[in-house]
Design a binder for this molecule. Structure first.
Ligand code: URA
Length: 187
């Protein structure tokens, strides 16, 4: 398929494949460097994201920014997207049918970006992109190989806001992600 960012963006913004289009303010397509070596994939937009059309701009996003800064990965150098492009009402978990309806947009984003690394933010993303029975508590920070990229999962920043005891593990995982990136870039 001869795909382009313009085509993908337009299709996403006019998508009516699931019920969530009825309640969205904005489609939250994704943001960042279209040639990024790392793609971060969250779950679904929240209220702030729905209002602004940009992923990870609320409190969870600000915490993610802090980790990126701490391990010296500029936010402008990465691409950030979600499994779902529209906000589920009251921030409930995505329904399998909503994920099925939306996942092709993410697949096309991956094909356009061709990242070296994919980092799942939280269990919903990991269960969709790594394995349906993925256990975030046991398997965060573990690397898997899929096609042309390496993939791992870290705790969702929103979980860290609720359970700050996990922040140390998150920092270790993020440091390992930076090390993997440097290794793949030959630094
Ligand atoms: N949580 C997510 O998973 N994605 C966002 O964009 C914001 C919060």
């Amino acid at each position: 398929m001869n795909d382009s960012w313009e085509k993908l963006y337009a299709e996403c913004n006019s998508c009516t494949a699931c019920e969530l289009h009825k309640t969205r303010t904005n489609c939250v397509f994704g943001v960042g460097n279209q040639q990024a070596d790392i793609l971060f994939v969250g779950e679904a937009p929240g209220d702030n994201e729905d209002k602004t059309g940009t992923p990870f701009v609320g409190r969870a996003g600000q915490l993610l920014d802090k980790y990126l800064y701490a391990v010296d990965i500029p936010r402008e150098s990465v691409y950030i997207a979600n499994i779902l492009k529209c906000r589920p009402p009251k921030n409930r978990d995505p329904l399998p049918a909503e994920e099925d309806a939306c996942i092709e947009f993410l697949r096309r984003q991956v094909r356009l970006i061709q990242p070296k690394l994919i980092v799942c933010l939280g269990r919903i993303s990991a269960m969709r992109l790594i394995r349906p029975d993925f256990k975030i508590t046991k398997e965060h920070g573990v690397w898997f190989e899929k096609g042309n990229f390496h993939i791992t999962a870290v705790y969702h920043p929103a979980l860290l806001l609720r359970d700050p005891r996990k922040k140390e593990e998150m920092l270790t995982d993020m440091q390992n992600i930076k090390a993997k990136l440097d290794e793949l870039r030959g630094i």
